[in-house]
Structure formats: C-alpha cells, structure tokens
Ligand binder design. Sequence first.
Ligand SMILES: [Zn+2]
Ligand SMILES: [Zn+2]
Ligand SMILES: [Zn+2]
Length: 146
Amino acid sequence: MTLENEHCNVVATLRKAGLSRTTQRMAVLKVMIQADGPLSVGEILKRTDLEQRINKVTVYRILSSFKENSIIRELPTDHGMSLYEMACLHNPVHPHFYCKTCRTMSCLPPLRLSQALDWFAGPSTFRIDDVHVHVNGVCRQCQERS
Ligand SMILES: [Zn+2]
Ligand SMILES: [Zn+2]
Ligand SMILES: [Zn+2]
C-alpha cells in the first residue's frame, strides 16, 4: 500500500505507456493512484467523477488496457470478482490478505527484496509477468463482530 496520496502522475503514466489521454482514462487512473487499497470495478465506478458519464463496460475496457501496459495489476478473489491496484514502483509486488467474511482485501508488507529477486532472477526459461500470493482468513473487525 502506498502512503502518499499521489505517488504517480496521471499524464506521465499514460505517456510512458503510450496511451492517449482520454478524459475517461485520466479519471480512472486518478482514482487508481489515489486509492488506499485494492479496488473493485464497482468502487472505481463510484469514485470516478460523475461528469465522466462512464459505465461499467468502459471501466473494464480501460482497466484491461492499463493491465496490458503494466500500469495496474489484477488481484483475483475466490468469488470471481477481481480487485485492482497500481503496479508502479511505489507499490512493489506484495502479498494480500483476503477476509472471507467481509470480502475485503488488504495489502500486506512487500516480500523481502532477496526473496523477490530470487524469483525474478530465476531460470531464464520463465518470464514472470504476475505474482499472486494470497493469504485468506478473517480480519480483525469480523473477528470482533462474531
Ligand atoms: Zn506510483
Ligand atoms: Zn472481514
Ligand atoms: Zn496490494
């Protein structure tokens, strides 16, 4: 999880990925950059400026173009609905904790650099594009409620 509210610049990120600056892409990217944790498509839609007149299909299309360009990473959940977070250098690959009760996903601290380097510098026969480490259970809030 990133601590600063705006670690990446919307315009620079799109330029680096070679994506044109449509107002809808910029609105979705701004939401992703300002997010304090992984977001679902529904949450992204809710946080995107209403004036953008953006719909779910558009959000999915924009997210898939961001994913193809390694701007964001997709975090699958066990109920088939993915969550999304920035894949920038401020948010290095890290494991996630998934609460089975309230279905929220939280970011865990990044893997130790030495472990991650072992994976990425591993046999050149692999090309690793994504790493998913999931830790499932019941979060503190849900434990207190039961
Ligand atoms: Zn960033
Ligand atoms: Zn919970
Ligand atoms: Zn995360």
